[in-house]
Design a protein around this ligand. Sequence first.
Ligand SMILES: Nc1ncnc2c1ncn2[C@@H]1O[C@H](COP(=O)(O)OP(=O)(O)OP(=O)(O)O)[C@@H](O)[C@H]1O
Ligand SMILES: [Mg+2]
Length: 472
Amino acid sequence: MSESAEATVPITVLIVDDEELLVKSCGQILSSEGYTVFTEGRGRNALDSLRRHHPDIVLTDLMLPDMDGLALLKEVKRLAPETLVVMITGFATVDSSVEAIRAGAYDYIPKPFTATQLRILIGRAAQQVRLVRDNAHLRDQLKKQYSFENIIGTSEAIQKIFSMISRVAPTDANVMISGESGTGKELIARAIHANGRRASRPFIAINCAALPDHLLESELFGHEKGSFTGADVLRRGLLEQAAGGTFFLDEISEMSMDLQAKLLRVVQERKIRRVGGDAEIPIDVRWVSATNRDPDTAVREGQLRQDLLYRLNVVPLRLPPLRDRREDIPALAQHFLKRYSQEYERGQLRFTPDALRVLTEYPFPGNVRELQNVVERIVSMCLPGQEIAPVDIPDELTVRHSGNGRPALHFNADQPFHDAKSDAISVFEKEYLRDLLQRHGGNISQAARTAGIDRKTIHRMLVKYQLAGRDD
Ligand SMILES: Nc1ncnc2c1ncn2[C@@H]1O[C@H](COP(=O)(O)OP(=O)(O)OP(=O)(O)O)[C@@H](O)[C@H]1O
Ligand SMILES: [Mg+2]
């Protein structure tokens, strides 16, 4: 990793001191040098901030109102051993400076100090941080090159995705992943992060479909104290918390057009304003987004802003549905079999070739997630060491399927018409519901909206057909 590329991930400094003037001027000096700066006046808050922002460097006074600076130092070393701590020491406290170094401080700076002294000292610490980052990065690169440990697949389609990830991950390009529900979009997003130069920084994901607009906005941007009822403390948003890392916008086309406009500004200007705040706060994230719709169709149907798509879709990754890459099914099935046989303590289980064939023939409308659930269900019913044959595979996978991937209609013409009809309706209702819920990850409200029926009806059918769903 070249120095210039690494330099694009800013170094964060947390300044802890109760002297507001000193905090402010140190903050200004360091911000103008390109550091991302957070400040706190108390030791307790500093520890919260440490957990949240993972600063590279902590600059703290030895005397804090609520805590001894040395105690803070020790706590920082315990929570985040790689964070460098620089102590600000008062006049004539040589002993405590020595003690601080002994306790693991990187260096100390006696008060009063000049801007230049501060710049030089923090500059030296920053160099140290970069060195450690570079090393960690090299190690990771060696380990991960061409191997995406937990992503299984030998099909040409998946191999293409692997090669795209390895080319695109180390760049900072924004990636938009599209694919049906359960095809592995989040898994790919994480792999892009893990194989990129932001790997040691946070990966933060938000599901745009999961929250109403106003909550989503304050989740993303944070809010100032008192900006709305219930906002009794200042909260930094997820975008601030992702500093230097990757931000995963899941189900992007579910975001309101209004919020999409705000997001567009953030992506373009790399700055945010907290809800109820005026200050512009720089943010530094790489954007990875996902949608289970075709992005261009979503634009045409007015669910996704064209200009936002243009910004986020620098590199498009399309994940094909599992039914279009059936050669991956056996390897995936074996992978999940191994995992769940350990989890359920079933010893060595294996599929018979016929069982694998049955799995490979099923169209998996819920894609890899459905396959995973099916294997888990099979394993949970197995005896230790058992061989898994077609009879052990749930019925709904073995009924004949019509060309469009849906189960063909079965009936027995010897049955009275009304009985046959009500059986057929039951089969239809069950299949429809299963499919619907799979598409919505089990979310009943979303499923109800799409199907145009009310939630109570869904609940009633869930009970009748012994299916699972969740209310959230
Ligand atoms: N190629 C793969 N190898 C191993 N596991 C996979 C693969 N693809 C998907 N999975 C697993 O399948 C499940 C679903 O994947 P993931 O959550 O990434 O899908 P998704 O596309 O984000 O789905 P949704 O649109 O419903 O959010 C996860 O448990 C994931 O680990
Ligand atoms: Mg997902």
